[in-house]
Design a protein around this ligand. Structure first.
Ligand code: AMP
Length: 402
């Protein structure tokens, strides 16, 4: 079975075509600047040269058509015809309480994804555009939706409720949902596999730290708490997002600065975090460069980032009454030996001890960076959300054909 995985953003569309017989990636690419005058399509088939094409792509429908053109192109393609695509898997950010697992796309699923636009105004409309564009360009091909929130639907009430009047949950579903679920699920499973231990016996903390970042406490293979909340703003300090702050700051600053709701949202989501404190960049590479050069603002940004991350790890060890495995993943987690070292050095009270040489090794495979003496296995596990989407799509489509 060949599965096309699609991740639609409001102005971008990423794709990967999998051959599920061996889970190999046949081709992948990205359409950027959809809706703008010079859209860019970057396409790469396995074993062939990358192609970059600039054209006008005004909406997702055209973007998918161009992607199919590339996948079936005589020179750059990997398919004879579009009919070879057996199923399409879509990443959807918000599944709310409707979805605790991936689902086949039907009228009901689309209605529910639309009903959640209020909670994910930037993301869910883009997912709907990707689904409908696929329906038009690949009619009759089964489609599956895979949610960032689904893995966290196992959180107990004590983790997901906010201590505010219950009526807000009843009326508006104001609660914590958590995000990056596909990644937390994938790396926790890969970690248990790497260690050769049943996941049911493990207390795992997964740190998905990239541009956005979240931490999850996984006990017995299920998410019991996660740091992002109703939206992906809560929790850790991130590239451009504030993470946790006193909610009273919001009305206070809005009042003082005469800001609209949109302006306040934009400040906390796009102009805060590492970018705000360092004053120069949201990219951890620039922050650690500045820190190594002794630049004051970059140093403070680095220290705040590490301190907040460490506090969350400590709180999740408390939440689970212990921790067996700590997993680092995503852009910062997979690549920044400096961040991993700083965090782990300050977690010695948990019995964490990392091997500095192992920590410096770069590899695309799961690896251990803790010493044999460490009471906690500290691992780096490259995440692969697309593979989870492809696997879920395959499983659901297969089981519906029986
Ligand atoms: P992601 O959102 O998972 O794609 O992660 C992207 C982020 O990873 C970038 O914004 C960088 O901050 C970070 N990153 C990527 N490579 C490195 C690196 N070698 N060292 C530190 N941070 C990195």
């Amino acid at each position: 079975m060949k599965v096309l995985v699609i991740n639609s953003g409001s102005s971008s569309l990423k794709y990967q075509l999998y051959d599920m017989t061996d889970e190999s990636v046949l081709a992948k690419g990205l359409v950027e600047r959809i809706g703008m005058d010079s859209s860019i399509l970057t396409h790469k088939a396995a074993g062939k040269e990358e192609v970059v094409e600039v054209s006008e792509i005004l909406e997702h429908n055209t973007a998918i058509r161009k992607v199919i053109d590339k996948l079936t192109d005589k020179t750059h393609g990997v398919l004879e015809s579009v009919e070879e695509i057996n199923a399409v898997g879509h990443r959807v950010v918000h599944g709310g309480e409707f979805f605790n697992e991936s689902a086949l796309v039907d009228k009901e699923a689309k209605k529910n994804i639309r009903a959640l636009i209020d909670l994910a105004p930037l993301h869910n409309p883009a997912a709907i555009m990707g689904i409908e564009a696929s329906e038009i360009n690949m009619p009759g091909v089964p489609q599956v939706v895979v949610f960032d929130t689904a893995f966290h639907q196992t959180m107990p009430e004590r983790s997901y409720l906010y201590a505010i009047p219950r009526v807000l949950y009843n009326k508006y579903k104001v609660r914590r949902y958590g995000f990056h679920g596909t990644s937390h699920y994938y790396v926790s499973l890969a970690a248990a596999e790497f260690l050769g231990k049943p996941i049911e016996d493990l207390k795992i903390i997964t740190a998905h730290i990239g541009n956005g970042g979240s931490l999850t406490a996984i006990q017995g293979g299920v998410s019991v708490d996660t740091s992002m909340g109703m939206t992906p703003l809560e929790g850790l300090m991130m590239g451009t997002r504030s993470g946790d702050l006193d909610p009273a700051i919001v009305p206070y600053v809005m009042n003082k600065e005469e800001l609209s709701v949109g302006e306040m949202n934009s400040m906390l989501n796009k102009h805060s975090g590492l970018l705000a404190i360092s004053g120069v960049s949201s990219d951890m590479r620039d922050i650690t460069d500045g820190w190594e050069k002794g630049e004051a603002n970059a140093t403070l940004a680095f220290e705040m980032y590490e301190y907040r991350l460490r506090k969350y790890i400590g709180s999740y060890a408390a939440a689970m009454n212990g921790v067996d495995v700590l997993v680092f993943t995503a852009g910062v987690g997979e690549n920044s030996a400096i961040v991993r070292k700083a965090v782990c050095e300050n977690l010695s009270y948990l019995g964490i001890e990392i091997d500095e040489e192992l920590n410096k090794i770069r590899s695309g495979d799961p690896r251990r960076i803790s010493t044999p003496n460490s009471k906690v296995d500290v691992l780096v596990v490259p995440t692969n959300e697309e593979l989870v989407i492809a696997r879920d799509t395959y499983r659901i489509v297969e089981s519906n054909q029986d």
